[in-house]
Design a protein around this ligand. Structure first.
Ligand SMILES: Nc1ncnc2c1ncn2[C@@H]1O[C@H](COP(=O)(O)OP(=O)(O)OP(=O)(O)O)[C@@H](O)[C@H]1O
Ligand SMILES: [Mg+2]
Length: 417
């Protein structure tokens, strides 16, 4: 199979990261283009100033084009809608010709999509989890099996049309079409979770600048997903307010001197800041800073805990919590998470990347790299679907095999006006 070129644009609250990567036949990503740009016009993951957001996206795309030497016309894009809703539903169909085919699966997924949708919401993900054929459950690939009745278990995510439309505009204004949206936590989960963790039961939490994205995986599949409107920006503004600093200085102080557990800091440790209303630099105890940070990080973990309880899957997560996102770089956060959540906590970042990867091996880029993983899954599924639909009725009528690239071109063609 020929190599596939994939583009992901991660539009975060603090940065936009465009990646151009080549996926080889062993599904390894070779990063050919990287465009990281500070994000303007984004708050809590949502676009609040279209002109500024679109400009940040443009700069990021241009950088990625320059480094890769490729023109970007279509991409996978993340969505961080804090009002997105996730639900699980079944779709039931009668098998049309006794032997299950792709069209039966498509019909079952279509029927699973029949959920009550709130006004102004649209479905952005229908993730098939498993199938039940004539009462036998746990079937992952039902194609070719004989049966009369098939059920699909699906995880369905709907998002506000306005969030999707605003992102569409911001990306389209730069001459790029969106191939598919990926809810933040699903991208991060795809980038950092191991198969064993997903199988055992795990929650992945990406604590970024404006949002905390969480997804729960059990028996290998996603069961719950949520974007919470809280993140590292809140820690920074607490520091700015508490120590009377500019946001820029508070951000710097957090990154250089921050710690998540107050009691771990010696009373004599201090650093120097330039507070508002004071002409002289002043000394601040690191314990004071840690006190401010701990209170906010504690609140973030309690919100995560509450969300896990709300999901109904607490007690089913023996692999614990996998923490990622830029804010997981805060020293002490792993231990605080472990204390509050009462489960094992691991800090994770994207691994197994080749090419231009210097900056990407950091928790801040889990969502960005996750888009590449998601793109690969999506394109493979599309190709499968395409092959199955176009399967010749007689074996001797062989057609030329389609590559992922051909399918990608067809999808882009459909998206163009
Ligand atoms: N060493 C550090 N200590 C504490 N916080 C850090 C550190 N490094 C980065 N951060 C924080 O990480 C956050 C940025 O993380 P990330 O890049 O994952 O966010 P984002 O993707 O832009 O935003 P979001 O996904 O929330 O929309 C910022 O709040 C930043 O202050
Ligand atoms: Mg992010």
């Amino acid at each position: 199979m020929e190599d596939t070129i994939i583009v992901g644009i991660d539009i975060g609250t603090s940065k936009v990261c465009t990646l151009v990567a080549r996926a080889d036949d062993r599904k390894r990503f070779h990063v050919m283009g990287v465009g990281i740009e500070p994000a303007k016009g984004i708050r809590k993951g949502a676009i609040v100033d279209l002109t500024q957001a679109s400009r940040s996206i443009r700069r990021s795309i241009e950088k990625a084009q320059r480094t890769s030497g490729m023109e970007i016309s279509a991409a996978f894009v993340n969505l961080a809608d804090t009002d997105a809703k996730s639900t699980n539903n079944q779709g039931v169909v009668g098998v049309s010709g006794k032997m299950i085919g792709q069209s039966d699966i498509d019909r079952a997924l279509e029927s699973a999509k029949a959920i009550p949708l709130d006004h102004n919401y649209e479905i952005i993900h229908v993730i098939q989890r498993g199938f039940v054929v004539d009462g036998t459950d746990g079937i992952r690939t039902p194609i070719g099996l004989y049966g009369y009745r098939m059920e699909v278990e699906a995880h369905i995510i709907s998002a506000e049309q306005s969030s999707v439309e605003n992102l569409n505009q911001a990306v389209n204004q730069n001459g790029v079409s969106v191939l598919n949206y990926v809810l933040n936590p699903l991208a991060s989960g795809e980038a950092v979770l191991t198969d064993t963790e997903r199988q055992m039961g795990v929650v992945v939490c990406d604590i970024g600048a404006g949002t905390t994205d969480l997804a729960i995986y059990i028996n290998g599949d996603v069961w719950y997903s949520k974007v919470l409107p809280i993140g590292g920006d809140h820690i920074t503004s607490d520091i700015a307010a508490g120590l009377r600093l500019s946001t820029e200085e508070a951000e710097e102080v957090k990154k250089v001197n921050g710690y998540a557990i107050e009691e771990h800091i010696e009373p004599n440790e201090s650093f120097v800041v330039h507070a508002f209303g004071s002409t002289e630099p002043i000394h601040v105890g690191r314990k004071t800073l840690a006190h401010i940070i701990e209170a906010r990080v504690e609140e973030i973990f309690y919100m995560i805990l509450q969300e896990i309880k709300r999901s109904g899957y607490d007690g089913l997560l023996p692999a614990g919590m996998v923490l990622t996102g830029g804010s997981s770089l805060l020293p002490g956060i792993q231990e605080l998470g472990n204390r509050i959540m009462g489960v094992p906590v691991r800090i994770a970042q994207p691994e197994n990347l080749y090419g231009l990867v210097d900056q990407l091996h950091s928790p801040a880029y889990s969502g960005s790299v996750g888009l590449l993983h998601w793109a690969m899954l999506y394109l493979e599924a599309e190709m499968n679907r395409h092959d199955k639909r176009n399967k010749p009725s007689k074996p001797e009528e062989k057609s030329e095999p389609k590559t992922i690239m051909d399918v990608l071109k067809e999808i882009v063609k459909q998206l163009l006006p």
